[in-house]
Write a protein that binds this ligand. Structure first.
Ligand code: URA
Length: 266
């Protein structure tokens, strides 16, 4: 039986209660705590700060009458896993990750948007929930709404498979690291992912998708490409602001259309 906590219980890691989040069923999940306020204020200029604890910084915004939680997860699977557990205990059902990523296909430019349909599980946290044979897939309906909302925006966008790695350096086959060494297991892996039509690397989608599927919750992921690994190893944030604004707009529209679809279905 799924656990939902009482309205005033403040959960240990995220520092939030159902009362504080106004029983919202939607959370937007950037990795970086420093981006939360900007995201929240673009969605609703009157958005308010709720809590800051470890990597979890949260704001509450309103889209019309619907409250939406924006809460950072920090980097990588473990903190996403803790977050999803506690958000689920607050009754949240829809999880949209908003992140940055490194594109690996030639045709994706810095500043393009990538919407993840499914993720390669190059991480460990999801294996604590389901065996590796279990797919890390996004929720079809939520992802479709993100795609529809992104079609009207100024950024080019791509839909497909993402590789989610526990490490930024060896797992993404980066040699510009402290040791410069990538263990044999990952040597040549970027070339292989390219050939397998993986679009990008990031660090959280597979954990989010797997846990949400296991819990019967809905997850989607939209990212801005801040580097194309075929051209550079150094992230370039020059087009980042515009693509982030577009991602936030797309998320807002997707949530609105999800609310309308659910109201219509009732
Ligand atoms: N985040 C990643 O995990 N990899 C990148 O290349 C860029 C952002």
């Amino acid at each position: 039986m799924a656990k939902i906590v009482s309205r005033d219980e403040v959960l240990y890691h995220i520092g939030l209660s159902r009362e504080m989040i106004k029983d919202t069923e939607y959370v937007v999940l950037p990795g970086d705590p420093g981006r939360v306020e900007t995201i929240a204020k673009q969605m609703d200029e009157n958005a308010v700060h709720l809590a800051t604890n470890r990597e979890y910084t949260s704001y509450l915004a309103f889209l019309g009458k619907t409250p939406v939680l924006i809460c950072s997860t920090g980097m990588g699977g473990p903190s996403v896993g803790i977050g999803v557990e506690e958000f689920a205990m607050l009754g949240i059902k829809n999880f949209i990750r908003l992140g940055t990523c490194g594109a690996i296909q030639e045709n994706i430019d810095v500043g393009d948007i990538i919407i993840t349909s499914a993720a390669v599980r190059l991480e460990g946290t999801s294996t604590h929930y389901a065996p590796l044979e279990y797919p890390a897939v996004s929720n079809f309906s939520l992802t479709q709404k993100l795609v529809t909302a992104t079609q009207d925006l100024t950024s080019d966008y791509h839909i497909g498979v993402t590789a989610s790695s526990d490490t930024f350096f060896p797992g993404q086959e980066r040699y510009d690291s402290h040791s410069g060494y990538v263990r044999r297991h990952f040597q040549g892996s970027m070339d292989e992912w390219q050939k397998l039509n993986v679009l990008n690397f990031e660090m959280e989608a597979a954990t989010l998708f797997t846990i949400c599927s296991v819990f019967k919750l809905n997850a989607a992921c939209i990212c801005a490409a801040i580097v194309n690994r075929n051209k550079s190893e150094i992230p370039d944030k020059s087009k980042y602001d515009e693509s982030m604004r577009n991602c936030i707009t797309a998320i807002g529209e997707a949530i609105k259309s999800d609310i309308i679809a659910k109201e219509t279905a009732q």
